[in-house]
Design a protein around this ligand. Structure first.
Ligand SMILES: [Zn+2]
Length: 232
């Protein structure tokens, strides 16, 4: 039984296997070795599943490259579901309600890229979100690093966040300046950059908006109490 977020209905479910066991795909679908031939250490397997959500029940396909020397073998790889890729993939598109619409849309799209492992796209968009946030706050000069410093200087983000930003900024630089390294961007780096983007949006817009709502609600309450007393 493999647990995942269903790409159709978006709920976390147990996927019920439909075929008797994972099927090995032909070598033409396997990873390539440095010499261009199919890597016999990493055959590819696939299996069909059905969503356990009563309101959905649609079919998804899982597949994985499983190391031929893996101890638990292919069945265990599919049972734990750890390294399975799913078709259709669950695409995450979170809302950013207190963020200006254009910036919010781009941030949501960065998450969508991340959820389908399109790491370079995710990072390039996250970078654009941070640039646009700085611009929205009147900061238009300099490199991204200087803009993040300015956001902190003007009190829009905490110093912790500024330091976090400096820690992860290199990844974004690689993509934006055309230094598309031979090595793929590691998933963890892309995730850290998206987290940073979320943190900046949280501090610049969402935290503040929440504070304003709380304040407005308190003032209203105080006013009602005052009116009630005056009327008594
Ligand atoms: Zn489903």
């Amino acid at each position: 039984m493999a647990s995942t977020i269903c790409g159709w209905c978006g709920t976390r479910v147990h996927m019920q296997a439909l075929t008797t066991g994972p099927i090995q795909l032909p070598p033409s679908t396997w990873k390539r070795t440095a010499w261009g031939s199919p890597d016999t250490d990493w055959p590819v397997y696939t299996r069909a599943y059905q969503c356990a959500n009563e309101e959905c029940q649609r079919l998804s396909i899982a597949w994985a490259s499983v190391y031929s020397g893996a101890r638990g073998g292919v069945n265990e790889a599919f049972d734990t579901g750890r390294d399975l890729q799913w078709e259709p993939a669950a695409v995450s598109r979170p809302d950013f309600p207190d963020v200006p619409a254009q910036i919010a849309d781009t941030a949501s799209e960065a998450h969508a890229c991340l959820s389908i492992s399109a790491y370079r796209g995710a990072v390039a968009l996250a970078r654009a979100v941070v640039e646009a946030t700085a611009k929205d706050k009147g900061i238009i000069k300099g490199q991204l690093v200087q803009k993040i410093d300015k956001l902190a200087e003007q009190g829009h983000i905490r110093d912790d966040t500024r330091r976090f930003a400096h820690e992860v900024r290199e990844g974004g630089n690689e993509i934006a300046h055309g230094d598309l390294a031979d090595e793929r961007m590691p998933a963890e780096d892309a995730k850290a950059i998206i987290e940073l983007m979320d943190e900046i949006l949280q501090e610049v817009y969402q935290g503040r908006a929440k504070f304003e709502r709380l304040r407005a609600s308190r003032l209203e309450r105080e006013q009602r109490n005052k009116d009630a007393k005056a009327g008594a």
